[in-house]
Design a protein around this ligand. Structure first.
Ligand SMILES: Nc1nc2c(ncn2[C@@H]2O[C@H](COP(=O)(O)OP(=O)(O)O)[C@@H](O)[C@H]2O)c(=O)[nH]1
Ligand SMILES: [Mg+2]
Length: 642
């Protein structure tokens, strides 16, 4: 069974509602006011089944729109899900303003198929009908509604004449309509909310993609509210599921009518994110009354939603009628928009349709100013506008840099099914454009950059601490995530590949450049400890450095290197050319002097020798060192303790 949505369009009083009733038997003017005034104010709905071209059942859901210019906004809430349009033109009036405006809207919204219905054929003679037919064909030449692809059918709702032909034309056109994807992620833009006695909260809408089943849990956008589907109705009868292309009514649990309104969207939970910013392609109508200037506030209609958006034009001060260009749409509140969503722009005041377009990116990373200045921006928009999903995904991954893009984020940004995102990602990883680490995608070169940074960091660590057998893995990771905001996944992947390529090795929790031999390290570490111990245990009565070094197994150059490092790290302190002390011995000396100061503020060389137990050969250099360190100050032959 194929389900498609048939929408009416056309000027007021041209017989749209009468036509729907003649076809389906259903009066789509459901409001009391509509019945009383005899005009359509809001969207109306009807349905019928026809035998399809191949004998299957064809299910047609009708969306009847108001033709009055004051209610175009209601019309806009209904055209979003239309697969096939009936452009209704009364034979006695021919083309009128809303014929044109509705036609423009259908074109901008991307409706692909239609039938032109000349209504009220009973009110004119055959010649007039022919003239109107010619006029209409002329008007539509070169457009998506040109004949013979879009046939022109004359009917009378009054006499029933031509209705058979129209049904046939609908069956033929329906066969050409591409079925909406019922496997895709579900989206139901809400067009009506009401309470039904005995049921509670009910919403209706045209299911534009996917499938919604009884008992599904759904998220309301943009509020984030969770609701449960208690019941599903399709075309007025209870069903287990609604599929894309069907007029759908849902009985919802967990929500009251005041939490819902037209313009909101129902979609699977934790899948999408509402946004206030979207990069869009704008097409101005040739009939727009004036150029669209940068930073203009416009009525922005998409699906069933309507907001006042601020448009920032990229690289252009204005768009003249008939021109197209790219822009950032800034919305006053978050909304669920996805790439490929069509929209209509109406002038703020007076309210007339001036253009429309398509959403290219509802997760833009740059501010409008940055975007306008970004050198590759134009190309980026071209890719996003293209049908090349692999290239689009690669772009979305690459622009995330070191952070990468998770598969879930890719789904949220594109609206594509997770399965498709997975398949596209696999294609990109095969071509080495993208790498996948767990559930995150990164541009391949980010891995290379990460590897280089890690090699640099490890090399720097070896240089700084030549005696350490490596750098702690956690330290390396901290450094990378701090300095480079490198994601843990990239770190892990970069490290593994460096290890595989033998450019780094891991011992325990240490990372090092291969070839920093452990054996040599052991020797040096042992020597280092010996030197340290020799000075630490000597206190102030230090041995000669040369003597200590001579007692080591190491060659002179390596031994000297160790001493240099110990001095650099201030473990040893050089007091004079010949004398080196351990840090702890000098700290103790300072404490002793501080104690001494409590008895006497001054000390001479003799007292100093007594206090420390060192000979004059050590005492003089030590005192001079203390003077330099401003622990003491020389006053004649004595030192004042500071
Ligand atoms: N004679 C005649 N009158 C029609 C026909 N279709 C509609 N009408 C009348 O035209 C008026 C407007 O019709 P309606 O369906 O409400 O127009 P809408 O505003 O396009 O929905 C009503 O009074 C209808 O009865 C038709 O085929 N023949
Ligand atoms: Mg009507």
């Amino acid at each position: 069974m194929k389900s498609i949505i048939v929408g009416t369009a056309g000027h007021i009083d041209h017989g749209k509602t009468a036509l729907v009733k003649a076809l389906t038997g259903i009066d789509a003017d459901r409001l009391e006011e509509e019945k009383r005034r005899g005009i359509t104010i809001d969207l109306g709905f009807a349905h019928m089944d026809l035998p399809g071209a191949a004998g299957e059942t064809l299910r047609l859901g009708f969306v009847d729109v108001p033709g009055h210019e004051r209610f175009v906004r209601n019309m806009l809430a209904g055209v979003g899900g239309i697969d096939l349009v009936l452009l209704v033109i009364a034979a006695d009036e021919s083309i009128k303003p809303q014929t044109r405006e509705h036609f423009d809207i259908l074109r901008l919204i991307g409706v692909k198929r239609g039938i032109i219905v000349l209504t009220k054929s009973d009110t004119v003679d055959a010649e007039t009908l022919d003239v109107v037919r010619l006029e209409v064909e002329e008007f539509l030449r070169g457009t998506f509604l040109e004949s013979p692809k879009s046939p022109v059918v004359a009917v009378s709702a009054l006499t029933g004449e031509g209705l058979g032909d129209l049904k046939q034309a609908m069956v033929a056109a329906a066969a050409e309509v591409e079925a909406r994807d019922s496997q895709a992620l579900a989206r139901l833009p809400i067009d009506r909310v009401f309470t039904m006695k005995g049921f509670g909260t009910v919403v209706t809408g045209t299911l534009i993609s996917g499938t919604i089943r009884k008992e599904d849990e759904l998220e309301v956008f943009p509020t984030g509210l969770r609701v449960r589907v208690r019941g599903v109705q399709v075309h007025g009868s209870a069903a287990d599921a609604a599929v894309a292309g069907q007029r759908t009514a849902l009985n919802l649990a967990g929500v009251s009518t005041k939490d819902l309104s037209r313009g909101m969207t129902l979609a699977p939970v934790v899948t999408f994110a509402a946004t206030r910013r979207a990069d869009v392609k704008v097409q101005m109508l040739a009939s727009a009354p004036r150029p669209l200037k940068n930073r203009t506030r416009v009525h922005f209609h998409s699906n069933t939603m309507e907001v006042v958006a601020d448009l920032r034009l990229y690289g252009q001060g204005e768009l003249v009628p008939g021109e197209s260009g790219s822009a950032r749409a800034m919305l006053p509140a978050p909304a669920l928009l996805l790439p490929g969503d069509r929209f209509i722009l109406r002038q703020f005041s007076p309210v007339v349709t001036i253009g429309g377009g398509v959403v290219l990116d509802s997760a833009p990373m740059l501010t409008p100013r940055q975007a306008a200045a970004f050198p590759g921006f134009g190309q980026m928009m071209e890719v996003l506008e293209s049908e090349q999903r692999g290239a689009i995904l690669a772009l979305r991954v690459t622009r995330r840099g070191k952070r990468g893009l998770s598969l879930a984020e890719a789904v949220a940004e594109t609206g594509w099914h997770p399965r498709e995102v997975g398949e596209l990602a696999a294609g990109l990883t095969d071509n080495l454009l993208v790498m996948r680490v767990q559930d995150r995608l990164f541009a391949e070169y980010e891995l290379k950059l990460a590897q280089e940074s890690m090699l640099d960091a490890v090399a720097a660590s070896h240089k700084k601490d030549p005696l350490r057998p490596g750098m702690a893995k956690s330290e390396l990771q901290d450094e990378m995530s701090l300095a480079l905001e490198m994601a843990g996944e990239v770190f892990g992947a970069a490290l593994s590949s460096l290890i595989r390529e033998r450019r780094l090795e891991v011992a325990g929790d240490l990372v090092r450049v291969p070839g920093r031999g452990t054996e040599m390290k052991d020797e040096e570490a042992e020597a280092k400890k010996k030197i340290e111990d020799a000075f630490a245990s000597a206190g102030l009565k230090v041995p000669a450095l040369a003597e200590v070094l001579a007692g080591l197994k190491l060659d002179k150059a390596r031994a000297q290197k160790i001493v240099t490092l110990l001095l650099r790290d201030k473990v040893l302190v050089k007091v004079s050319q010949e004398l080196v002390f351990h840090r702890t011995a000098l700290e103790e000396l300072r404490r002793h002097l501080a104690d001494y100061k409590t008895k006497s503020p001054r000390i001479d060389v003799t007292k100093f020798k007594e206090l420390t137990g060192v000979s004059r050969k050590y005492a003089i250099p030590l005192l001079e060192y203390l003077d330099r360190e401003r622990v003491t100050r020389r006053v004649g032959d004595v030192r004042e303790i500071l």
